[in-house]
Design a protein around this ligand. Structure first.
Ligand code: LLP
Length: 431
């Protein structure tokens, strides 16, 4: 059953809870906030687990999609590993209790300090470039430990998505081209005390809607593995195919492949291979499990254009402004009785014309104070939020059945001043 649905009473529900009831309980001060469905997250994890049944595999939750500590703990308890892209994500994953030996530390610009952390924590480390390998060798030497590394291959496959979320093309900044493979293998062989080559990795991009692309990627990567073993390396145990599966943002019934379809498309290629598959989903684990809940400040009209102005903005949710991304928008309660539907741009209070959450949306006329929800905001929304215009990071809440709880407090004015502590006299509390 869908966990977010407008009921026959015209109210939006998250599982068994009326979203409007939470808004009323928290009051306008706490708006906007993120709201997640625990059973949706659990079902999304289960979908991958069922798809991978019988295979030796690690589901590496891409923490960048949503780094809420309680959500990280939840997916960890349900059996996921973690995929990390910064030292602080690594620290947070440790706090969330992940088995660090089952985490992957990724990134094209890891600092020597971050690499040292990853070596000490015994993460699997992706090698992205010549300098990256040199930094890993140096860190392993300093730490007196052997680093387990995967080579991040740039497979030059077009994922057919927005250029900003495309990563596996020849022109992308990520990964190494196969014509450079020999240099990396030589360098690794010369430094076998510092580094063990245990796998290959490749991530095509995000919001992918075609499983054939994953299949092509696996075929390419198996060729790379064969080339590596032909050069005398027999230590490859991990095939990491990245993340990237899209979700149905349009909510018009478009057929987006399921995890089952993704895995079915690659499973035959892996038969007879003694490999542990690593998959790194972010969006498809958490994207449809969260919404941003806002309040309508007012409705205005400029000539023929109508705007619904809400308290949420590009500061809390930047995907529309950054990628022109579409996320469905719905009121959390009925509109003004007797009024017609009309076409509105949904905009926030931030001083930028790119500050919109949705354009040309047909909605009922909302009264001021009406609740409005941006759907499918579980991935890359809170984790990309900013303090622009001194807006605070919103709070996060989790629904489980008929109950809800806060899983992160919203920031306060005082939090925005923490960088000035010891530099200037600060007020004790919120002004
Ligand atoms: N693995 C690697 C190496 C990645 O770079 C990413 C995402 C993932 C896994 C997870 O991909 P997913 O399954 O979530 O598609 N901010 C953009 C998305 C950026 C994705 C960056 N890399 C957005 O809001 O659409």
């Amino acid at each position: 059953a869908p966990q977010f649905e407008v009921g026959s009473d015209g109210f939006l529900y998250c599982e068994e809870v009326r979203v409007k009831d939470i808004q009323d309980a928290l009051g306008p001060e706490a708006s906007p906030f993120y709201l997640y469905s625990q059973s949706r997250i659990e079902a999304n994890v289960r979908a991958y687990q069922e798809a991978l049944a019988g295979m030796d595999a690690i589901i590496g939750y891409a923490v960048k999609a949503n780094n809420n500590l309680m959500i990280m703990q939840l997916v960890r308890e349900r059996g996921c590993g973690a995929v990390l892209v910064s030292g602080n994500e690594l620290r947070l994953a440790r706090l969330a209790g992940f088995d660090m030996r089952r985490t992957v530390f990724n990134g094209n610009g890891k600092t020597p300090q971050e690499i040292a952390l990853a070596v000490r924590a015994e993460c699997l480390i992706n090698v992205d470039s010549e300098f990256d390998l040199e930094n890993i060798l140096a860190a392993a030497k300093r730490e007196g430990r052997k680093a387990r590394v995967l080579l991040r291959i740039n497979p030059d496959i077009d994922p057919q998505v927005h250029p900003y979320v495309s990563t596996g093309l020849a022109t992308s900044k990520f990964g190494i081209r196969t014509d450079q493979l020999r240099w990396f293998l030589d360098r690794i062989r010369q430094n076998e005390a510092q580094v063990e080559l245990v796998g290959v990795h490749s991530h095509l991009g995000s919001t992918i809607k075609k499983v054939e692309l994953f299949h092509d990627n696996v075929v390419t990567m198996l060729q790379v593995i064969d080339e590596i073993s032909a050069r005398g390396f027999h230590s490859i145990r991990f095939l990491n195919i990245g993340g990237g599966l899209g979700i149905d943002y349009e909510r018009k019934g478009e057929r987006i492949p399921t995890p089952q379809e993704l895995i079915d498309a690659i499973r035959p290629c892996l038969a007879g291979r003694d490999l542990t598959l690593i998959i790194e989903p972010g969006r498809s684990l958490i994207g449809n499990a969260g919404i941003l809940v806002c309040r309508v400040i007012g409705v205005k009209r400029n000539g023929d254009k109508r705007f619904i102005v809400v308290d949420g903005s590009m500061a809390e949710l930047i995907r529309p402004a950054l990628y022109g991304a579409y996320q469905l928008i719905t009121l959390t309660e009925p509109g003004v009785a007797g009024e017609q539907m009309a076409t509105y741009d949904i905009v926030g209070p931030v001083c930028e014309s790119s500050d919109f959450l949705g354009k040309a949306r047909v909605l009922p006329l909302p009264a001021p104070g009406t609740g409005l929800a941006v759907m499918d905001s579980g991935a890359y929304c809170m984790s990309m939020a900013s303090n622009y215009n001194m807006k605070v990071l919103p709070g996060e809440l989790m629904v489980q059945g008929n109950r809800w709880r806060i899983i992160r407090q919203r920031q306060r004015f005082a939090d925005l001043l923490s960088g000035y502590r010891d530099l200037v006299a600060l007020p004790d509390d919120d002004l």
